[in-house]
Design a protein around this ligand. Sequence first.
Ligand SMILES: [Zn+2]
Length: 215
Amino acid sequence: MRVFIKTLAVTLAAVIIVAAVSAYRPVVDAGHGGFDGGAVAADGTVESELNLQIARRLEYMLYLLGYQPVMVRSDESALADGDTIRAAKSADLKRRVEIADSTEDGFLISIHQNSFGDSRYGGAQTFWSHEEAKALAELIQFTIRTQIDSENERAAKTVPQDVYLFKQTVRPAVLIECGFLTNTQDLERLGSEEYQLRLACVIAGCFACFDRNNE
Ligand SMILES: [Zn+2]
């Protein structure tokens, strides 16, 4: 772990100067929160909590790279409430869209966890929304596969058309489904500090590299 941090620090130091001039401002969205926990694993692990832990590490890495990330949420609360869960969920998502849209040069990075009926399926997968985000999604997916999860054979894809947040926001966006809560190996590593840190490094590093090519 210590060697990893050292290597990371050197890499980051090299990028900081370049990141001083940037095209985009990252808007980090930890999916779900508050009344909406998202997916729940068999051992009781709640998606919204993992999303927040990874998002906070990503926030820190982006700071190290010279960015001033906007955090959609920084604690376990939802962004809105309502008389019914449905109304609250709708208001919460609208608020997320507002935050992304009102951030000048905003680029939405949304953190979620997957789940599926068949526990064999695992591995992180990255999606993009708006054509200008495609290269970043592909870079993140490639880097996950080559640097932190050699068993991962997933490809980056476009966000499904019916996902409200990405349909509504005018900002380019990537959605990272960091792993499957229904897969034992994924669940174990997603809960570890080291794997969360590795994921955060990959996402932040890829963002800085992508951003540099766009400024
Ligand atoms: Zn989710």
